[in-house]
Design a protein around this ligand. Structure first.
Ligand SMILES: CC(C)=CCC/C(C)=C/CC/C(C)=C/CC/C(C)=C/CC/C(C)=C/CC/C(C)=C/CC/C(C)=C/COP(=O)(O)OP(=O)(O)O
Ligand SMILES: O=P(O)(O)OC[C@@H](O)CO
Ligand SMILES: [Mg+2]
Length: 231
């Protein structure tokens, strides 16, 4: 169950449709975890539906919280994004502050983990939502990675290219300055080769959209990531 050993995770979107048969293939694929999350259209009903269907399997499952209203008990972990390169304070600490005022007293902190997001694709939904206007260059990314590790001591730095394959040299530069903070890479992986490229540079590789466009390609990324030596 230790998130620190995860090399591969699938991100399943409660706002998208997936059959039980396909969900079973993901859950039994050998991936280290399923992350339930999306940036748009996530509500309590679709989160509960997905959770109930995933809970038949033993794979660890995390809810990546994108709206407070969709949080429900039953997950192994709760991942809380904070967008380090957002221009709007609500996505850095504002929604978090409001949520803790209301629910802070009932949280099991052992299950909660903060992800320091750095959003790299200006066209993705999360970039538009959080007001990411300038895409960080390599020097900016290194500074955000150091911010995550040394200033804020976050457990995870998440390089988020959602929907677009990232620049390996930038991912490598982030990895070089991270020792205690884990580097999550996500975005645009559509096949085993791309998964291997990022698996050599990041601690954990997250695969999302291709689940819904080419399931067998998505499944092939599990073995691909695991075949690559850790950075
Ligand atoms: C009873 C019980 C279990 C209690 C648990 C209590 C608990 C954990 C409470 C939550 C406390 C808390 C601090 C809540 C605040 C969380 C919150 C809403 C923070 C803001 C999150 C945030 C910054 C969202 C911005 C968007 C974002 C970064 C989303 C991350 C996921 C993401 C990028 C998914 C990709 O989305 P996708 O839809 O695939 O995108 P594309 O369209 O581009 O493909
Ligand atoms: O959906 P894709 O592009 O695979 O990205 C995965 C994940 O980082 C999205 O939050
Ligand atoms: Mg997506």
């Amino acid at each position: 169950m230790d998130m620190k050993s995860w090399r591969h995770a699938f991100k399943v979107d409660p706002a998208k449709t997936i059959t039980d048969a396909d969900l079973e293939k993901l859950a039994e694929s050998g991936t280290d975890a399923l992350i339930v999350g999306g940036s748009d259209g996530v509500d309590l009903e679709n989160v509960l539906d997905l959770l109930a269907r995933i809970r038949r399997y033993s794979v660890p499952v995390a809810l990546e919280v994108s709206t407070v209203e969709s949080v429900t008990p039953g997950f192994d972990f709760y991942f809380i994004p904070t967008v380090l390169n957002s221009t709007k304070t609500e996505w850095i600490n504002g929604i978090h502050h409001a949520a803790l005022k209301e629910y802070g007293h009932m949280m099991n902190w052992d299950e909660v983990m903060t992800e320091g997001y750095c959003i790299m694709n200006p066209d993705c939904t999360a970039a538009k939502l959080t007001g990411v206007q300038e895409i960080p260059d390599e020097d900016d990314v290194v500074a955000y990675a150091r911010m995550a590790e040394h200033l804020f001591k976050l457990p995870v730095f998440y390089l988020e290219y959602s929907g677009r394959f990232g620049e390996p040299s930038v991912v490598k530069a982030a990895g070089r300055v991270l020792d205690n903070t884990r580097l999550f890479y996500g975005g645009g992986i559509t096949n085993a080769e791309e998964a291997k490229t990022m698996a050599a540079l990041a601690d954990t590789v997250i695969v999302g959209n291709v689940i819904y466009t080419n399931l067998s390609a998505a499944l092939s990324t599990v073995e691909a990531v695991k075949s690559v030596t850790h950075r």
